[in-house]
Design a protein around this ligand. Structure first.
Ligand code: C2E
Ligand code: MG
Ligand code: MG
Length: 755
């Protein structure tokens, strides 16, 4: 895999956005919970203070009620006391009111210090009651432990003077137990929340209702004592609370603190109006919230959890979607959907990577295609043709694998990066062989030939596209009919390609400007020693007077298709010449013109020939079409039928360059040729070798036997003429008689006399 490319570059931001959204959610969640806790604490603290205030108010009301009962006792004792009150009368009144309220005792102390109890006894109060109490002039309520000399319990005392007109007869003292205050309904909520303590402004515990049983065993004088010893609250906090509690101007408040074990405590207090010096304290831990808090927090955590889960799910979905999208993009960018292999993009990156990593390995780029793939496509259908492309990639994978790669670029074009090993050609041969075997398996009987251009990569070369182009340049030099189907790139080749490019750029104008000239080379009847006809050969006369030979431009035109136009132009020139000769009444000889393979593949070819011959009214047999033998190596049946059609047009047909390739005498039997042109290479061999001479004689005899005329090309000497005559060859063409000459010169030199 080429490094770094094709990876999911956009997955990173998605993951980051997902992670950020998750963190934000988490922070919102934590903040939300913290906020809930804070406001809950505040709410509950306020609630407790409100509860304390309400309880204080209820307590005040209760005390006012009790006071009015005691007032009623004093009033009745005063009313009745106008005369002298009997003891029994006093006891009756005391008893009557004692049952109305929950008094511990109701007493009546007369001016003479006699004290009457509700349980119907009396005594002298001097040694029981403290002195200042005798002085009361108006209603007084005390919370004190200093009333009875022999008791130190705190008691709630209601003192009301008993008046007889302006004169005081004594006073009523009603007692209530201090401990009962916190047991009232008003404090039920507070009792459930924690410890409830009644203190004076100095923090002295007057009464307490403790939820913690452990505290029952020990006695604490002040709440500060209790806070320090039992709850382990540090001194600083204790003094903060003591300052608040002792502050007369502060009726309520809350102090929050943490003990040494990390438990948080809250101390809320309130002062009932009736006792400015009295403090009702509620002591509770943070556990008081937990019930409410837990429900709210669980709800919040759950909704935050759902939120975070949604973010995670969303991120995962986006991530998955994008990774499959990116996979698809990578696939589209680097894979070939027809072969299932890699594509050119991948090839370029792979090659660059290999060259960088293994500079010591001699790498080559091969650029190949399937010869006549168009025919395979048409003959076997595109599905099988596609299968063939797939086979090529699959087999290439088997043969070229270590640091090597073969990809399909486009259509039937392939690129291969291969190590230039000694056995490379052998490997390629194996590969072609395997492709052929597999092609047969899928029913393609047509032999698979891979035309290949090769480029040896030089050191420090980096332009992969240029390397591929160079290999392709070499491939393009192959027309497909060569024995060898591999061509290597060379600078010479590049030069030729440049030349070819120039030719291509100029050809159209050249045809228009009539720069292509018809030269004629005479053909000689050596038996009768007279002209038999001529072959039209093209020459390109440039404007500057330079002449270019067909070997320089015909192969270029054969590749780009321009040869078709040129051949028809030459045919027309020949027709024109013959017509002119006939019209002049001068002798006219048959002219042969060379015809390229491309023409034969043109479906309108026969029509064109027919039209041209009839336009120039060419008599039968005056035009001979020369077709090189290589044309007949492929599509044999199709070629036979085309030649048969041509025969009907009444042209002569000759097989050109016989003996230059894999000639087969069979062809003479199957194809309707009139003439067999023996190539000069084959002929020149016959001169030196006896066996070749013998073969030539056989060919001549056999052709004659089939009614085919034989003409030998490239005859340059008198000896050659003599030898051919002896072998029975009647017609020759060559420099011995004449080089190709301009058509006008040919007419002038050879067609001057009336035949
Ligand atoms: P070809 O059709 O076999 O033409 C015969 C070639 O042999 C000609 O080369 C001719 O000049 C050459 N030749 C003839 N006698 C001798 C000889 O005694 N010694 C030597 N050394 N050569 C001899 P040329 O004109 O250069 O043409 C080369 C080839 O180019 C032709 O071979 C033909 O295949 C092709 N060609 C020429 N004109 C045309 C054309 O108009 N259309 C097509 N399609 N091909 C053409
Ligand atoms: Mg020829
Ligand atoms: Mg020839």
């Amino acid at each position: 895999m080429p490094k770094g490319k094709g990876k999911n570059n956009f997955i990173k931001p998605i993951v980051m956005i997902g992670a950020m959204a998750f963190i934000v959610c988490l922070m919102v969640c934590v903040f939300h919970i913290y906020d809930i806790r804070k406001s809950l604490e505040k709410e509950i603290n306020e609630q407790l203070v409100v509860q304390l205030d309400i309880a204080g108010e209820i307590l005040t009301d209760d005390i006012a009620d009790t006071e009015s009962v005691v007032d009623a006792v004093a009033a009745e004792l005063g009313e009745s006391g106008r005369g002298a009150l009997t003891e029994s009368q006093i006891y009756r009144i005391l008893n009557k009111y004692k049952s109305i309220d929950d008094f511990q005792a109701i007493t009546y102390i007369k001016e003479d210090h006699t004290i009457y109890f509700d349980n119907e006894w009396y005594r002298d109060a001097s040694d029981m009651v403290r002195e200042p109490l005798y002085e009361i002039k108006e209603n007084q309520i005390y919370l004190t432990n200093e009333f009875w000399k022999d008791s130190h319990d705190y008691l709630l005392l209601f003192l009301v003077p008993v008046m007889n007109g302006e004169e005081r007869n004594g006073f009523v003292v009603a007692l209530k137990e201090c401990g009962g205050i916190l047991d009232g309904d008003a404090f039920s909520y507070l009792r459930k929340s924690g410890d409830l303590i009644l203190t004076d402004e100095k923090g002295v515990i007057l009464d307490c209702n403790l939820t913690n049983l452990q505290t029952q065993d020990e006695k604490y004088d002040t709440i500060y004592d209790y806070m320090g010893k039992f709850w382990k609250i540090d001194k600083e906090k204790i003094s903060e609370l003591s300052e608040m509690i002792s502050d007369d101007g502060l009726s309520s408040g809350t102090v929050q603190c943490k003990n040494k074990d990390g438990v948080r405590y809250f101390y809320s207090f309130s002062s009932p109006e009736v006792f400015p010096g009295l403090r009702i304290l509620s002591l509770y831990t943070e556990n008081v919230y937990t019930g409410v808090e837990n429900t709210i927090i669980i709800g919040s955590v759950a909704s935050c959890g759902i939120m975070m889960l949604s973010v995670i799910i969303f991120t995962v979905i986006v991530f998955k979607h994008n990774s499959s999208a990116s996979q698809l993009i990578t696939q589209l960018a680097f894979e070939d959907n027809i072969t299932g292999g890699k594509n050119l993009n991948f090839f370029k990156e792979f090659t660059a990577d290999m060259l960088e990593r293994y500079p010591g390995i001699p790498f080559m780029i091969h650029r190949f295609d399937i010869s006549n793939f168009r025919y395979i496509n048409e003959a076997y259908g595109h599905i099988r043709a596609d299968q063939l492309l797939k086979i090529v990639i699959e087999e290439a994978r088997e043969v070229f694998y270590s640091k090597e790669l073969c990809v399909r670029m486009d259509a039937d074009q392939f690129a291969l990066l291969a190590r230039n090993t000694q056995d490379l050609e052998e490997r390629f041969f194996t590969f072609t062989d395997k492709v052929n075997t597999r092609a047969l398996d899928i029913g393609i009987r047509y032999p698979i030939k891979l035309k290949r251009g090769v480029y040896q990569i030089k050191n420090n070369e980096h332009d992969i596209s240029l390397m591929i182009d160079k290999a392709n340049m070499a491939r393009k030099t192959l027309i497909g009919e060569e024995k060898e189907c591999v061509a290597a790139y060379s600078d010479l080749l590049a030069n030729d390609m440049r030349k070819a490019d120039r030719i291509e750029s100029e050809m159209e104008t050249a045809l228009f400007n009539r720069e292509f000239k018809m030269y004629i080379q005479p053909k000689w009847d050596i038996m009768e020693d007279k002209l038999y006809g001529g072959e039209a050969l093209v020459r390109w006369m440039k404007e500057d007077g330079n002449m270019i030979y067909p070997s320089d431009f015909v192969p270029v035109f054969e590749k780009n298709g321009f040869i078709e136009q040129l051949d028809l132009y030459m045919l027309e020139s020949a027709c024109k010449m013959i017509r002119e000769q006939i019209d002049k009444g001068g002798p006219a000889y048959p002219i042969s013109v060379n015809q390229s393979r491309m023409l034969l593949n043109d479906p309108l070819y026969i029509n064109r020939i027919t039209e041209m011959l009839s336009r120039y009214q060419i008599p039968k047999g005056y035009i001979e079409l020369e077709i090189t033998e290589t044309v007949f190596f492929t599509e044999r049946e199709k070629m036979i039928s085309i030649l048969n059609e041509l025969k009907e047009v009444e042209v002569q047909l000759s097989m050109d360059d016989f003996g230059s390739g894999y000639s087969s005498l069979n062809m003479l039997k199957d194809f309707p040729f009139d003439v067999l042109k023996i190539d000069k290479e084959f002929f020149s061999e016959s001169i030196t070798s006896e066996s070749s001479k013998w073969i030539l004689r056989m060919i001549i005899e056999m052709a004659e036997g089939l009614g085919i005329r034989v003409i030998c090309e490239g005859v340059e000497t008198k000896e050659q003429v003599e030898m051919l005559r002896k072998l029975g060859c009647r017609y020759v063409q060559g420099y011995y008689y004449s080089k190709p000459i301009p058509a006008e010169n040919y007419v002038e030199s050879f067609c001057g006399e009336i035949a």
